[in-house]
Write a protein that binds this ligand. Structure first.
Ligand SMILES: Nc1nc2c(c(=O)[nH]1)N[C@H]1C(S)=C(S)[C@@H](COP(=O)(O)O)O[C@H]1N2
Ligand SMILES: [Mo]
Length: 430
């Protein structure tokens, strides 16, 4: 980054856009363009030792050559974080993406979150079949190799478990991180066959209204999907970020319902039955229903709400007084694209508009940032997203007022990261 032409006096010129040190996103923009932005690089003053362009050791001898499968730098090791297993559900559980260490919007396949109800089946694609039957003119069976011959589409979409962020409704978790609290969301380019093409090939009967999708795992996980969705943008996904869908994500094929709760995107898909009514699977009756304070439950709450989250600075990080930070995070909505992300450093009293750094695709993550100077006083960092349908991300109080705390699913509430006078960042509730 280039040094500001305004040199040491830059502080005087910073536009403050909200209380407690939030600065105009224009500073990040203009710095990138080489203008009078924030100078993050250290200026070279005179003959400073260490910048005499000495050749480092790694430049003096050739390194190892090519390899069949690439890996991350030993200096950049990232890991998924697994929850506790339950002996009653062998292979069941979830692992979370390390959101606080990722940038951009695409989740590397090895770090995509996982949620399995009975572990990962060891499927040989040569023995796997996809059957479409029920209310169709002609039941069909597809082999993996057959499916590879179809025209495909590639789309970038987020996937979020509807249980993501549920812990926030209960309070606690002062040591929570972006990963532990919100890591059940990831984003990838999914390549596959529009489900509508396969359903049309089978030929829908006039009374068809739903499809029932079932996986080949030991949980035989099934979900009912309205036919309108299946004919709109549902995919039979075969590839994930360019390579075959990973075993954890449903190899050799999964259903993918863009913008909808992760559970509906049935992995290891082996059966689609076209029906008149939903089949009332376990995962849409005893699970994945939202129980309200009066003990009635909402069923089939499919779309994921508009949501955002600051990933840095975030839980268990530390900031230094006087330093300027690129506050950054992710935002997404199951209802369309992200149009605006605001950031507050005073617990939601004043807000400044963040810069959207990425493309603003439908039902995909966006990356946002805003510069912030920590002045040493207690602060509460929050972000608030607005989507193309005009939905604004709600506060935690608003979510609890609307749906209570019996329900654990579909919590899109604003995350608050508290900064104490020591610079420690923790999960707080305001
Ligand atoms: N067959 C099958 N499909 C499944 C599941 C499962 O356990 N079995 N888990 C569901 C849940 S709850 C979620 S959130 C997503 C998780 O997808 P991922 O593991 O690729 O992130 O898959 C869904 N599809
Ligand atoms: Mo899920």
């Amino acid at each position: 980054m280039t040094k500001s032409s305004k040199g040491q006096n830059i502080e005087l010129d910073l536009d403050r856009v909200a209380a407690n040190g939030l600065l105009s996103r224009r500073h990040l923009l203009s710095a990138a363009l080489g203008g009078a932005g924030l100078a993050m690089a250290r200026p070279v003053i005179g003959q400073e030792p260490g910048i005499n362009l000495e050749i480092p050791a790694w430049s003096k001898t050739p390194g190892p050559g090519t390899s069949p499968y690439g890996n991350r730098s030993a200096h950049a090791q990232l890991e998924r974080q697994s929850g506790f297993g339950n002996p009653l559900y062998p292979g069941g559980g979830a692992s979370r993406s390390p959101l606080q260490h990722l940038q951009g919007t695409i989740t590397p396949n090895s770090l995509h979150f996982e949620r399995h109800h009975a572990g990962i089946p060891a499927i040989d694609p040569a023995g796997h079949k996809l059957v479409i039957h029920g209310l169709v003119h002609q039941p069909l069976v597809f082999d993996y190799e057959d499916l590879l011959k179809y025209q495909m589409v590639s789309k970038i979409y987020f996937l979020e478990c509807s249980g993501n962020s549920g812990a926030l409704l209960y309070g606690g978790n002062p040591d929570g991180t972006a990963q532990s609290l919100h890591g059940l969301v990831s984003c990838a380019e999914w390549t596959g066959i529009p489900l509508s093409a396969l359903l049309e090939e089978a030929g829908l009967l006039p009374e068809a209204r739903w499809i029932a999708a079932v996986g080949a795992d030991a949980a035989s996980m099934g979900r009912s999907i309205p036919l309108d969705k299946a004919m709109d943008d549902s995919l039979l996904a075969l590839f994930q970020n360019g390579e075959p869908v990973r075993p954890e994500q449903g190899y050799p094929m999964r259903l993918f319902n863009p913008g909808w709760e992760g559970n509906t995107s049935v992995k290891w898909l082996t059966q689609i039955k076209v029906t008149r009514n939903p089949l009332q699977f376990r995962d849409e009756t005893s699970k994945y229903t939202d129980t309200l304070p009066d003990r009635t439950s909402l069923q089939f709450t499919f779309p994921m709400d508009v949501k955002s989250l600051i990933t840095s600075p975030s839980g268990q990080m530390r900031v230094t007084q006087g330093d300027i930070y690129r506050v950054t995070g992710i935002a997404w909505s199951g209802a369309g694209s992200i149009r605006r992300v605001e950031v507050s450093a005073d617990g939601g009293q004043t807000w400044g508009d963040a810069l959207i750094e990425s493309q603003q695709l439908d039902k995909a993550l966006v990356r946002f940032s805003i510069p912030w100077k920590w002045n040493g006083a207690p602060a509460v960092l929050q972000s608030r997203a607005t989507d193309s349908a005009g939905n604004v991300q709600p506060t935690r109080d608003a979510v609890i007022a609307a749906k209570g705390t019996i329900n654990r699913y579909h919590n899109p509430c604003i995350q608050s990261w508290g900064v104490n006078t020591a610079g420690e960042v923790t999960n707080v509730y305001v």
